[in-house]
Structure formats: C-alpha cells, structure tokens
Design a protein around this ligand. Structure first.
Ligand code: URA
Ligand code: CA
Length: 433
C-alpha cells in the first residue's frame, strides 16, 4: 500500500477502505508517513468529506494507536460527558456527584484548561488537599465503592490524534466535521466509557459558531458513537455568553456547590438537568428523559447530591468542609465592581473575550506551562436580557492585583448594553440516538 495512492483516492472523492485508513494512522503514528503526506490527506478529507463508515474507522484507528483505559472492573454502565469547551462551564463538577447520587457509576477522567476555557481538574485544585493524581486501582475502587471519582489525564491515549490535531492546527484543516468528530470521539472511547453524552456548544465562546455547524458536528459524533458500539446522545447549547455567573476556579466551585443544592443559576441548573437526564437514561437509570430528570431533581433537593460531593472530596483527600463553609475557599485580595456606564438591557456578553479577561487575571493558562491562580475570576451580576441601571455593577472582578485597567476596558468592550434585548435560548437541540 502506498500513501500517495490513498491521498489521490480521497482527492478524487472516493471512499477509503478500513485497511487504507489503518495504514495511514499506523504509519503516521510510527513516523513512517511524513507530515507532508498526512497534511495532504487531511486537506483532501477537508474538501471531500468522509462517509459514516470511514468516520467510524478513522475513530477506531486513532483509539487503537495508543493505550486505552479498561474500566471493565467497574460494575454498571459507565457514562462519560464531554463538552466541546465553554467559559465558566461548571457542569462536570456538578454532574459527577449528582448522577453518582443515583448510584450510577461516574468514572471521570478530566483535563486542565487552556486558553479561554477552563478545566475541571483546575477547578478542583481550589479545594485544599484534593488529589486527582490517583492510581488507576484507587480510581476503580472508589467508583465501585462510592460511585464517583475524578482522575487526571493518564496514559498515552490516542497519540495519532495528538499528532494529527497539531498538524491540522498549522495546515488549515481543523475545521472539518469528520476530523473534529473522530478526534473528540477517539479520546472519549479510549478513556473507556460505555456510553457518551456530548454538549456541543455554539456561539462566540465555542468552536462551532453557528447552530447549523454545531448540529452537523453533534450528529456526526452521535453516529460515530453508535456505529462503534457506544450509545451516544448530544445536546446543542448556547455558549455566546458565559454559563452561570462564576468564571474562575474557586468561584466556580462555590457555584457548583450552590447548584448541587438546587440553588444554582438558572442556566447552569437547566443544563445540568438536561445533560444529567441523558446520562441517566444511557446508564439505564430511567426509561425516559422526564423520569431521569425527576430522579435528579429529587437528589438535588433532598440533599443526597451535595452529600455525594462531600464523599467525593473526602475520598480524594479534599477538605469537604468547604461545602458548608465556602468562605474557606481561596479568595482574591481585591473585589472590584464594574459599574454600568449607561442604563438599558444587556444585549451581549461575548463569552470567549470574557474568558480571556478571566485568564488575564490569572484564572487560566495562555500556554500549557503557565500556572494559574485559583482565587481570581469574575462574578457576573447580569446576563443577556437583564435590565441594568447606570452605575449598577455589571460584575465583580476578583483580582490579586489592582492595576487592571486594560482588563476593565476589555470587559466594557465585550458587555454590550442596548435599549432592548431578549433573554437567550440555552438549549437549541436535544439529539437522542
Ligand atoms: N477538539 C478536539 O479534541 N479535536 C478537534 O479536532 C477539535 C476540537
Ligand atoms: Ca459558571
């Protein structure tokens, strides 16, 4: 088999065989196929697309390019949730204990944040003592005993995807549905889950800027999952403004605690129940989404969900007393209000720019090597559609330095006030199998 023939075949719009896709992924991972040939094929795929069969084969070839996590020692159906990346997105932190409170196993592998989006592991770092670097044996034991554990990224998962994603990034081939869908799904499948719930974001803070693009991506991923034997569902949700009120690690932990008690911001509360219902149905914990939602609401309001969060913290060395005394979480030195310059209605809070502002305060990383300050971030007081009076605070800046004029300006530039504005729709679409 020759790589040049595979490139030409895709260039001419033909369907590649399973063997051809395997040959490419194996050779590229091993280094016997050079970057220039891989980038030519990526560009051919960008223009000629892939069939459902090719997409499933590409996903599994990438899964098999490295280690995979074996969660078979955990009893029950393990459902994972993946978000395509958001600003102030605290859902994972809420969902893990919430779903586990129904005795459904949640074995969560989580990463660090980069750029304007945060990572669950960073958020958990704001709880004194909490360890995500645990052994695989401990991870499995904790999920079997208490139904929930969070582990940092381990193992050499999907090396083909790492290499190909980096190459796509510099060859103008990131924005291809078959390539994005197989990239995301390969990582989820390698991480060992039996079923997958996807939160595909759309809007300024998201990868997919339009609802139509997001739908195409979600449908592609749901098809891949179901074609390779992993039940998969998805939703399309808004990420044009940040989710909830808190953006920043310790602030988001506090918001997660409120949400687990049923007192969270309306949008985060709704998103958690929507995604959680899909997770519960996929884990056979309910027959319908409605029944699943009722079960989740019950543990939210009877205290079982927040108790499960305490257990999760204690099990991994964390100080669970922050749940009842959130003032124990790291706090920034300065709390600076941002007064509205005019009265009106909030018409836009540009998610990605607000995320970057939080990152510049120290809440996120610009490069993988940066360290973060878990205490800093932003607390919004208004969301799109809300009325604001002149001089009323739009948000509180939690900062450890006072020289933040440039950040204030960035916030003003990205929070628009108009004569009228509607509240935004949160969930655009729910895609079941
Ligand atoms: N996220 C991924 O993991 N892969 C892509 O290709 C795009 C976004
Ligand atoms: Ca939030």
């Amino acid at each position: 088999m020759r790589m040049v023939d595979i490139i030409a075949k895709k260039r001419d719009g033909h369907e590649l065989t399973t063997a051809e896709i395997d040959f490419f992924i194996k050779g590229y991972t091993a280094g016997t196929i050079p970057d220039y040939q891989a980038s030519a094929l990526a560009m051919a795929i960008y223009f000629k697309d892939m069939t459902d069969r090719e997409r499933a084969d590409l996903t599994m070839a990438m899964v098999n390019s490295g280690e995979t996590i074996d969660l078979s020692a955990i009893k029950g159906i393990k459902v994972d949730k993946h978000s395509t990346g958001g600003v102030g997105d605290t859902t994972t932190l809420v969902l893990a204990p919430l779903v586990a409170a129904l005795d459904i196993p949640v074995a969560k592998m989580s990463g660090r944040g980069l750029g304007h989006t945060g990572g669950t592991t960073d958020k958990l770092d704001s709880i004194a003592g909490f360890q995500t670097e645990i052994t695989k044996e401990d991870f499995i034991r904790l999920v079997n005993d208490d139904k929930v554990a969070v582990i940092g990224q381990t193992g050499n998962l999907t090396p083909a995807d790492k290499k190909l994603y980096a190459l796509r990034d510099v060859t103008g081939t990131v924005n291809s549905i078959p390539l994005i869908a197989s990239s995301i799904m390969s990582k989820k499948i390698a991480a060992g889950s039996d079923a997958i719930v996807l939160d595909v974001k759309t809007g300024a803070g998201a990868f997919m800027k339009t609802i139509d693009e997001a739908k195409q991506l979600a449908n592609a991923m749901v098809k891949i999952g179901n074609n390779v034997g992993r039940r998969t569902m998805a939703i399309i949700s808004d990420m044009s403004q940040p989710l909830g009120f808190a953006i920043g690690n310790a602030l988001e932990v506090k918001e997660a605690i409120d949400t687990l008690k049923g007192k969270g911001p309306a949008d985060l509360h709704e998103l958690v129940l929507t995604l959680g219902s899909q997770m519960v149905v996929l884990a056979n914990g309910a027959d319908t989404l409605e029944e699943a939602r009722a079960r989740l609401e019950e543990v939210m309001y009877n205290g079982k969900a927040i108790e499960k969060f305490k257990v999760m913290l204690k099990n991994q060395g964390g100080d669970a007393s922050v749940v009842d005394q959130p003032e124990k979480l790291p706090e920034a030195k300065f709390k600076i209000e941002l007064p509205a310059l005019q009265a009106g209605y909030i018409s836009e809070i540009v998610a990605d720019e607000i995320g970057i502002a939080a990152m510049q305060l120290g809440a996120g990383r610009a490069t993988k090597e940066d360290s973060i300050d878990v205490s800093v971030g932003l607390m919004l007081h208004k969301k799109v559609g809300d009325r604001v009076e002149q001089g009323e605070s739009l948000l509180t800046i939690h900062s450890n330095r006072e020289d933040i004029d440039a950040i204030k300006q960035k916030l003003y530039d990205n929070i628009k006030i108009s004569d009228q504005a509607e509240k935004l729709q949160l969930i655009y679409s729910v895609i079941t199998e």
